[in-house]
Design a protein around this ligand. Structure first.
Ligand SMILES: *[C@@H]1O[C@H](CO)[C@@H](O)[C@H](O)[C@H]1NC(C)=O
Ligand SMILES: *[C@@H]1O[C@H](CO)[C@@H](O)[C@H](O)[C@H]1NC(C)=O
Length: 387
């Protein structure tokens, strides 16, 4: 999801948090996970994901903001509610790139300035992500952790471009300097949580595109980066984080099926170091309608089935009528053999500071929408025999 107002809301949240909660227990700088706390590493078997030794279909959600919270109790609350509700996977931002050090109390993970990148491992840096991993691990929730944003929210590829020179995100893929900085960041994050059973998968980026580029640009970058991650960590799964653009299977010729964003979904799935497919669904942003989304889901499921890898229906959301619009998508995904998990965009809850950030697509724990799209969905998964 492209977020336009998120930085503002989070900056406010961080400011409020900085005052009374600054002394909440400090996470340890090194994570010391235990295999026993929440079972074995997540993996896949054929077209299905495997969590804690069980293959099946898994429900989950997204929270771009959880790693930027400064109050540990808020992090714990989210994972408590998730695990009680049966949500098994949370996708979080493992990046937060800046070009200037923000004000005190605002979390950032990496500073890019004048051709130099510096990773922030302090209390307002990766120690916040450490706590997310620790809390998820204690509650048996699995995490998808990604390394850079295509969009400018929380810096993104543009933060690298600003520091190293260039005019667009296409330069990010092409620059050996930027790729070296990106890989150094990947190495820092992967080595921090390499032993953690809380990691479901490492993810290259949020919604990587290269508009108007030959699809070989993204393809080669996906191949190189996924190979690099597998060399660092052969045990955890690796995925792309793309929207699923560029697909002939089931294509109706509409924009998302086309190749104009430089993406080739089926070709990327042939890369050995990519464990599973990811795709998103935002009909209103893509000029398609809500019902069209059902075909988008089955098309990707079919492509994943053909590739012999599971598909993760990784983001879907609307700004209103959540239950009416999103429920059919969940039903379709659960009924599609090649799809093995779905994560709605995005998770909402009531934190110590009030409602968690809402980019427009949030629905909240404890609401009727939550009952419809989480509680009933979890029941439907169990009833389907795929649970
Ligand atoms: C795209 O790149 C591939 C491999 O580098 C090349 O063979 C192909 O001709 C290119 N396609 C276009 C349309 O430029
Ligand atoms: C989808 O629904 C049909 C008809 O109800 C059923 O036979 C089939 O097993 C379902 N497929 C999956 C993957 O759940």
């Amino acid at each position: 999801m492209k977020l336009s107002h998120s930085l503002i809301s989070l900056a406010g949240l961080a400011l409020v948090n900085a005052l009374p909660q600054a002394s909440t227990s400090t996470p340890s700088s090194t994570s010391t996970p235990t295999q026993t706390a929440s079972g074995s590493f997540a993996t896949k078997s054929g077209l299905q994901f495997v969590i804690d030794g069980e293959a099946g279909y898994f429900p989950g959600s997204n929270s771009y903001w959880i790693g930027f919270l400064t109050n540990n109790d808020d992090v714990d609350l989210v994972f408590d509610h998730m695990s009680e509700s049966g949500l098994r996977i949370l996708r979080v931002w493992g990046f937060n790139d800046v070009n200037e050090v923000p004000g005190s109390g605002t979390v950032y993970f990496q500073l890019h300035q004048d051709g130099v990148s510096t990773i922030n491992t302090g209390e307002d840096g990766l120690q916040r992500l450490d706590y997310v991993v620790q809390s998820a691990e204690e509650r048996g929730v699995k995490l998808i952790i990604n390394f850079v944003n295509y969009w400018n929210d929380y810096g993104g590829m543009n933060a690298y471009v600003q520091a190293y020179g260039g005019s667009s995100n296409a330069d990010f893929y092409a620059s050996s300097e930027m790729q070296a900085a990106y890989q150094a960041y990947i190495k820092a994050v992967v080595s921090r949580y390499i032993d953690s059973p809380a990691v479901f998968a490492w993810e290259l980026a949020n919604e990587p595109r290269c508009q108007g580029c030959n699809t070989s640009v993204l393809h080669n970058w996906i191949e190189e980066t996924s190979q690099y991650i597998k060399e660092l960590d052969s045990q955890h799964m690796v995925c792309i984080g793309d929207e699923g653009f560029g697909l002939d299977t089931g294509s109706d010729g509409s924009y998302p099926y086309g190749y104009s964003e430089g993406s080739d979904f089926a070709a990327a799935l042939t890369i050995e170091t990519v464990d599973f497919g990811t795709f998103h669904l935002y009909p209103s942003s893509w000029g398609t309608d809500n019902d069209w989304g059902n075909g988008w889901i089955t098309s990707h499921g079919a492509a994943c089935e053909a590739a012999g890898k599971p598909c993760l229906f990784e983001e879907y959301g609307v700004t209103s009528d959540h239950c009416t619009i999103e429920k059919p998508w969940q039903t379709t995904a659960l009924n599609t053999t090649g799809v093995s998990a779905d994560l709605y965009w995005q998770y909402g809850d009531t934190l110590s500071t009030g409602a968690s950030p809402d980019d427009g697509n949030t629905f909240y724990y404890g609401t009727d929408d939550f009952e419809c799209l989480v509680t009933e969905h979890v029941e439907a998964i169990e009833a389907s025999g795929r649970g």
